[in-house]
Design a protein around this ligand. Structure first.
Ligand code: DC
Length: 219
């Protein structure tokens, strides 16, 4: 039994998926974190990712593994727990660019599928319902307006004591949408059999409740 959640950056997928997984007793799998771990390696090594040979060579030196500690997903890059370094903007922006490359996607597909074979998962990302788990029993396309997504990110940074620039955050979100939706390989789009959920005017508990209800109706 698997649930796929796809949607654009900042739609709240991971917050929602984590809470719904807890309520349903599923394992939460964050595939964005896997792309971010690869991006972190590429940034650290300053790999010229448009050079196909250099990219393939770098990927040969990357081993990504996932461990669940207290039901929390931790991502290991060549044995190092990098979970704490993955949320930075620079890493997210690089992940959006490098995830458009076929060899990068090939590297993660089997890891993602095997997690879903061995467990009941709620997996979030961009291509879960369309590509990674086309047979997922429940598929959700979670979105919100660019303004709302930017505001949520702005508030989060503000509460972390940072001094965010709203217009810059919004521009980054729009750029990321552009890249993730218009790439040739596994672009972000709503699967035909996914339910569309716009969270612009919904609270987190309301969204979680809706997903739990859908899952209970289905089961
Ligand atoms: O969800 P996120 O912001 O952590 O994802 C970071 C980037 O990784 C995102 O901009 C596109 C890419 N990604 C992807 O291509 N496919 C996925 N299933 C998950 C993420």
């Amino acid at each position: 039994m698997n649930i796929a959640i796809d949607g654009p950056a900042g739609a709240g997928k991971s917050t929602i998926a984590k809470l719904a997984a807890k309520e349903l007793g599923f394992l939460y799998v964050d595939t964005g974190a896997m792309y971010r771990a690869i991006a972190l390696y590429l940034l650290r090594k300053k790999t010229p990712i448009d050079d196909e040979k250099a990219l393939k060579e770098a990927l040969e030196h990357i081993a990504i593994s996932i461990k669940y500690e207290d039901k929390q997903q931790n991502v290991y890059l060549n044995g190092e727990d990098v979970t704490g370094s993955l949320r930075e903007e620079a890493v997210g922006n690089m992940a959006s660019v490098s995830s458009a490359k076929q060899p990068v996607r090939d590297k993660l597909l089997s890891l993602q599928r095997s997690l879903a074979e061995d467990n009941s998962v709620i997996m979030d990302g961009r291509d879960i319902g369309t590509n990674v788990l086309p047979n997922a029993e429940l598929k959700i396309y979670l979105t919100a307006s660019a303004d709302v997504r930017a505001k949520r990110r702005y508030d989060e940074l503000l509460s972390n004591g940072e001094k965010p620039d709203f217009e810059k955050i919004k521009a980054d979100i729009i750029k990321r949408d552009e890249q993730d939706m218009n790439r040739k390989i596994a672009p972000l789009r709503q699967a035909e059999d996914a339910v569309y959920l716009d969270t612009s005017s919904l609270s987190i508990p309301e969204v979680v409740k809706q997903i739990v209800e859908w899952e209970k109706e289905r089961a």
